[in-house]
Design a protein around this ligand. Structure first.
Ligand SMILES: Cc1cc2nc3c(=O)[nH]c(=O)nc-3n(C[C@H](O)[C@H](O)[C@H](O)COP(=O)(O)OP(=O)(O)OC[C@H]3O[C@@H](n4cnc5c(N)ncnc54)[C@H](O)[C@@H]3O)c2cc1C
Length: 470
């Protein structure tokens, strides 16, 4: 059997690409390393919020593009940012045509689309009844009906080339190696967050000191096989993730939710010496990256007062008050800060000095002497004044890597001279150039998968001369 394209990975990026390609008259083979019918992948685990840098896809395209570009402080590929800005809403409409159901995000007032049925929003991993799982199954079924194929238990290992054009992939299935040919290959393997060597090499931290907040299936195969044939990679040094209770390392009920992001972002996070080490006001994704880079990533603790703990009844997708203690997570409480420091294993003198300075500069003027500084554009820093006082031992939860293959606005993988590698495409979390930068910016894993997958399929159809692409 011959195929027009081979897609590596059957998450949302892979299945969007394959379905759009089938709609445009092409025959797609999707290779999926997982062998179970409901194989694990980040798409299945996802909560389903389809935002673009936390804005709705219906935002003016120019504004969306500028938000992406501004957030990564110059590290974005402009053509790719523009492509997402222009095509995000069109892709969501196309998904609706594929049977995707959406509801408004329950915690927002701007009609942010979320895959329906909504996740229950409770502590722990909970995907079975959710919209993401339903849509994955729907896209898989539709692809097969349209003449495509999904081969589970099949891992792509190597890209094949002939005369500088992609000619297929080498795969391993049931311990046998085989080659499959096609003129177009789409890498949609979901990033490298689950590979300890790549995480150490690029992000600079020991994966065993982080909490896996992902399906464990993104092991960097796509990055490795594409860079092996000359693909360029960008922004590999950061990840999208959240701040979790340290108990998540041993208690399955504490990941992927509840997150402790907003407690941290409205109060302080300290190391064992009681010193702040990150601008907490930049939010949970940034703080998670900063924790991961500590010499001892399992030494971070957030300290806050009763006002912040009261506010935590309504913050984050799954409010940590009371879901975190209810699920077995440690929340230390004390009448004095000295007592709290001792209970949390934080140096009391260091903590006292840090809090005195922090409280003194609660208004945080631009010339505040706080080091690190404190951004207040999204979160208001709350002084630590009202007893009882609280501490939560933290860890960094890694969801998905932010950087990856350099891909242009058409979904084509670029080489080190910034020219497309003929026949090679990528979509989803394996793509770099949109996220990361000094503030660990996040565009959104779902929109990266849906939108770039959709565009890659259209490019492949146009390049192949498929009549349906005109
Ligand atoms: C708990 C959680 C909540 C999230 N919530 C949101 C949210 O609300 N909004 C949002 O925008 N994003 C969210 N995300 C992120 C989002 O889910 C991902 O970024 C996105 O789904 C990635 O899709 P993908 O297709 O690129 O990768 P994946 O869904 O991970 O799919 C990749 C597939 O490739 C397969 N694979 C890997 N290597 C190979 C190989 N060599 N050969 C064959 N197959 C291979 C894997 O087995 C996997 O099935 C969340 C993620 C998690 C974990």
């Amino acid at each position: 059997m011959s195929f027009d394209l081979i897609v590596i990975g059957a998450g949302f990026a892979g299945l969007t690409t394959a379905n759009r390609a089938a709609e445009l008259g092409l025959k797609a083979l999707v290779l999926e390393a997982g062998s179970e019918e409901l194989y694990d992948c980040n798409s299945r685990f996802s909560t389903g919020s389809c935002h673009v840098a936390f804005r709705t896809p219906w935002t003016d395209p120019g504004e969306l593009t500028n938000t992406i570009i501004d957030n990564v402080d110059g590290a974005a590929r402009i053509d790719l940012a523009e492509a997402i800005g222009k095509n995000a809403a069109r892709t969501i409409e196309w998904l609706k045509g594929q049977g995707a159901a959406f509801e408004d995000h329950p915690r927002r007032t701007d009609h942010m689309p979320m895959l329906s049925p909504l996740r229950e929003m409770k502590a722990g991993l909970d995907w079975e009844g959710g919209g993401a799982n339903a849509l994955l199954q729907k896209l898989g079924d539709q692809l097969v009906k349209a003449g495509g194929e999904i081969r589970r238990g099949t891992r792509a290992m190597k890209l094949l080339r002939e005369n500088d054009n992609i000619s297929g992939v080498e795969i391993i299935s049931e311990e046998k190696t085989q080659t499959i040919n096609a003129n177009a290959v789409v890498i949609a393997d979901g990033g490298f967050q689950a590979d300890s060597e790549l995480v150490q090499q690029h992000i600079g931290c020991d994966i065993s000191q982080l909490q896996r907040r992902n399906a464990g299936t993104g092991v960097g195969d796509g990055l490795k096989m594409a860079t092996e044939i000359g693909a360029a990679a960008v922004g590999l040094d950061s990840f999208y993730g959240h701040v979790l209770s340290r108990d998540a390392m041993t208690n399955e009920k504490l990941w992927p939710y509840p997150q402790v992001d907003q407690i941290c972002a409205t109060s302080i996070v300290v190391d064992r010496d009681g010193q702040r080490f990150a601008d907490e006001g930049l939010g949970g994704i940034y703080i998670a990256n900063a924790i991961a880079r500590l010499d001892d990533p399992l030494s971070a603790t957030t300290i806050f007062d009763s006002c912040v703990w009261e506010a935590a009844k309504t913050t984050d997708n799954v409010p940590p008050n009371p879901s975190l203690p209810d699920a077995g997570g440690t929340v230390l409480e004390a009448a004095s800060l000295g007592e709290l420091a001792n209970a949390a294993g934080v140096n009391p003198g260091g903590l006292s000095a840090t809090i005195a300075l922090y409280n003194e500069h609660a208004a945080f003027s631009a010339d505040s002497p706080l080091t690190p500084g404190r951004t207040q554009t999204t979160y208001t820093a709350q002084p630590i004044l009202d007893p009882p006082f609280y501490a939560i031992p933290l860890c960094a939860g890694i969801t998905v890597t932010s950087g990856g293959l350099s891909v242009n606005g058409k979904g084509q993988v670029m080489n080190s001279n910034d020219r497309p590698i003929s026949g090679l495409y990528a979509a989803g979390s394996t793509v770099g150039g949109l996220e990361g930068g000094p503030r660990a910016a996040y565009v959104g894993g779902l929109i990266k998968s849906f939108c770039i997958g959709h565009l890659a399929a259209e490019t492949i159809a146009a390049e192949s001369g498929s009549p349906a692409s005109h």
